[in-house]
Design a protein around this ligand. Structure first.
Ligand code: PEP
Ligand code: MG
Length: 324
């Protein structure tokens, strides 16, 4: 099987009836790069900038960040690299920036932290824009957006970075900017969000946790954390439709993207890119290459009639077993 999957590297990710789907990887460390390219990743859908922050004893300076980001961008160029602004809080704490709260997942995390500390966001974005000089493969993504004013405030800060750099003699075009859809309110405002940016990307890990009110790290309730819950499938469809209604691309960068059965449904929903852990990439590509887009659509129509995540999963398992 492994040999078969390896030979997949240079084959395109297309269905039997020639529908293309772009497969990206999630990264954080430079160590992810070689493996990602080796498995045929077409870009990075989520570079978690908090990873290099977690490995230090203090906030990295703008220049240190520029070098770190430059390395990622160069390694993947000309493929796109989607850099997410700092997403700390929740389950991710920086040792030198402690956050003590009763409900960290409902508290100060992601964009909330960096809007309260604009100097963090400004240094990050300036470093990203500088790192992008001469390459042009940067995309910027904002985590945990839960309303339009937050997005507008973050966009203003990004524009400000561009203006500042221009005054310093560095003229840079703005890279594509996107919003993560990972708070339930963003599902219902997908269109309004999409209108203001270049792309949406679903963070299915947090979206599942918040939609189902299940802590993603709590073993006691992990059987309630159901990736195929019908409410989640509906949400995914609504987000894809909202983005497309505004002529924008939509991707997904949570664990769900790396599940081959889910990938087939996401294809049918119209997702343009799936971004996953590199180890999942060959299996997902194999699943997409083994199916037609019309079969995927029929399957999606069928599972949409089902009323529990278990029923959906059973149907998907049967479908894939019958084909193996
Ligand atoms: C997500 O929430 O699905 C996501 C991709 O971000 P993280 O796992 O880093 O919270
Ligand atoms: Mg998240």
């Amino acid at each position: 099987l492994n040999k078969g999957l390896e030979s997949l590297r240079d084959l395109p990710c297309i269905t039997l009836d020639d529908q293309r789907l772009t497969l990206w990887v999630n990264t954080g460390l430079m160590a992810d790069v070689a493996r990602s390219l080796d498995r045929g990743a077409e870009g990075v859908g989520l570079y978690r900038t908090e990873v290099p922050f977690l490995m230090r004893e203090r906030f990295p300076s703008e220049e240190e960040q520029r070098q770190i980001y430059r390395e990622q961008l160069e390694a993947f160029a000309p493929r796109p690299v989607t850099m997410r602004t700092l997403d700390v809080g929740g389950d991710k704490a920086l040792p030198y920036f402690p956050i003590e709260e009763a409900n960290p997942f409902l508290g100060w995390r992601g964009i909330r932290v960096t809007l309260d500390h604009p100097e963090i966001l400004l240094a990050q974005v300036r470093a990203m824009l500088k790192a992008n000089e001469g390459l042009g493969n940067l995309r910027i993504m904002l985590p945990m957006i839960s309303n339009i004013p937050e997005l507008e405030e973050a966009l203003e800060l990004i524009y400000r970075c561009q203006r500042e750099l221009e005054e310093e003699g560095l003229e840079m075009p703005l890279p594509p900017i996107g919003v993560m859809v990972e708070v339930p309110s963003a599902i219902y405002q997908a269109r309004a969000l999409a209108r203001r940016v270049d792309f949406l990307s679903v963070g299915s890990n947090d979206l599942t946790q918040y939609l189902l009110a299940v802590d993603r790290n709590n073993a006691r309730v992990s059987d309630l954390y159901h990736a195929f819950h019908p409410a989640l499938l509906d949400a995914l469809i609504q987000v894809a439709d909202g983005a497309h209604a505004e002529g924008k691309q939509v991707s997904i960068c949570g664990e769900l993207a790396g599940n081959p059965m889910a990938a087939v449904l996401l294809l049918a929903m119209g997702y343009n890119m799936l971004s996953m852990n590199v180890t999942s990439l060959p299996r997902v590509k194999h699943a997409i290459r083994s199916i037609t887009a019309s079969e995927a659509k029929i399957l999606l129509g069928e599972v949409r009639q089902m009323e529990s995540g278990q029923a959906v999963e059973e149907r998907l398992s049967t479908f894939f077993h019958e084909r193996d």
